[in-house]
Design a protein around this ligand. Structure first.
Ligand code: TXA
Ligand code: MG
Length: 338
């Protein structure tokens, strides 16, 4: 079947209330017709995700913003124009078009225009909004290839569109743009610095509010193996120590360290460039699982640019064992200014 036929068939599946996994530039999504509450409920069942955790509504272009959101603020328009299509999700007041099944009962809605030709072709053929979380089981590692989706969800998905490996590799940055004081709810594919440059002022991270969504859950994006975070120059020593205790150890070595095989059963090297690291992070975590590791020893990258999103995902993969403290002093400074 040709590409155009695949898209048409996927659009028919959505219209019939089915589930379509589709590629985006960040990770693969598990999509349903956003206006069909029954179809949306199937997403939660397939993922094993609690119904109170809201989904992102994916749309084809920023001129549809007003169909799905009420009271679109000036900064919301500015960010949509500057970063869409792209790895940015905006949280706004929902319009009556958005069912509560999508928002988990909230009066707000998360909206995004992804930058992927297959996703955009699907939305255009379908004609409506597509509610979609990442196409993985709740709490596990996000999929960045069509094969990951099939491995995680199998036949529970009606159709998987294969658009190749995802370019960005970590999920979108989520920004609450409702009020005067914008806030990043989840760091992601658009760097905090780029948002601040576009807005002309600093922007807060709001990560320690009440947990109302899966991306903000302390233990999330987790491989099967336990993740242990240490300082970069302690990775090898810690891996060797655990190995001596009889653990099957995976070592994720920071750039510049020698890949000595003595460090673990699986020794993988972090890519030099942060862009490449973001693209590979989930595949690296999956590889340790594939090699049967029971613990992964890793360190955090510098929390700037895409490094902030990678550090966030590693902290969450490590679960509640590690506090998610990414430069709290910077936020304290911004709070005092604003
Ligand atoms: O890059 C991405 O964002 C990917 C692709 C598929 O678009 N999607 C994704 O979806 O990561 P999911 O469901 O795994 O994460 C969606 C996040 C939730 O963790 C939640 O924080 C946030 O979106 N969210 C959705 N609706 C929200 C709302 N009304 N208010 C606050 N946060 C919301
Ligand atoms: Mg997810």
């Amino acid at each position: 079947m040709g590409k155009a036929d695949d898209i048409e068939q996927a659009a028919r599946v959505l219209r019939a209330g089915g589930l379509v996994a589709f590629p985006t530039e960040t990770v693969y999504g598990l999509g349903a017709d956003a206006e069909n509450a029954g179809a949306v409920e199937r997403i939660f069942a397939v993922k094993g995700r609690p119904a109170t955790h809201p989904l992102i509504v994916h749309i084809g272009a920023d001129d549809q913003l007003h169909d799905w959101a009420a009271d679109v603020s000036k900064p919301a328009r500015l960010l949509a124009e500057r970063f869409w299509p792209g790895p940015l999700t905006l949280v706004l007041w929902r319009s009556s078009r958005v069912p509560f099944a999508v928002t988990g009962g909230l009066e707000t809605v998360a909206l995004r225009v992804p930058d992927h030709p297959v996703a955009l072709a699907l939305f255009s053929a379908f004609g409506g909004g597509v509610a979609a979380p990442s196409a993985n089981r709740f709490g596990s590692v996000s999929p960045t290839t069509a094969r990951h989706v099939r491995e995680d969800l199998g036949s529970a998905v009606d159709l998987v569109l294969d658009g190749g490996p995802c370019e960005v590799g970590v999920e979108s940055t989520i920004v609450d743009v409702r009020g005067e004081q914008l806030a990043i709810l989840r760091p992601g594919g658009v760097a905090r610095e780029d948002l601040e440059r576009a807005l002309g002022h600093p922007i807060l991270m709001r990560s320690n509010g009440p947990i109302r969504a899966p991306g903000q859950h302390p233990s999330h994006y987790a491989p099967r193996a336990r993740v242990l975070l240490v300082e970069p120059d302690e990775v090898v020593g810690e891996a060797q120590r655990l190995r001596a205790q009889g653990c099957r150890v995976g070592a994720l070595l920071p750039p510049g360290f020698e890949t000595s095989s003595g460090a673990g059963h699986a020794v993988l090297l972090v890519p030099e460039s942060t862009t490449e690291y973001a693209r590979k992070i989930y595949e690296l975590l999956r590889e340790f699982d594939r090699r049967g590791c029971d613990v992964i020893v890793a360190s955090l990258p510098q929390p700037d640019g895409l490094g902030l999103a990678i550090a966030d995902r590693l902290c969450r993969a490590a679960g509640p064992r590690v506090p998610v403290h990414i430069d709290p002093t910077r936020d304290a400074r911004i709070k005092r200014m604003g």
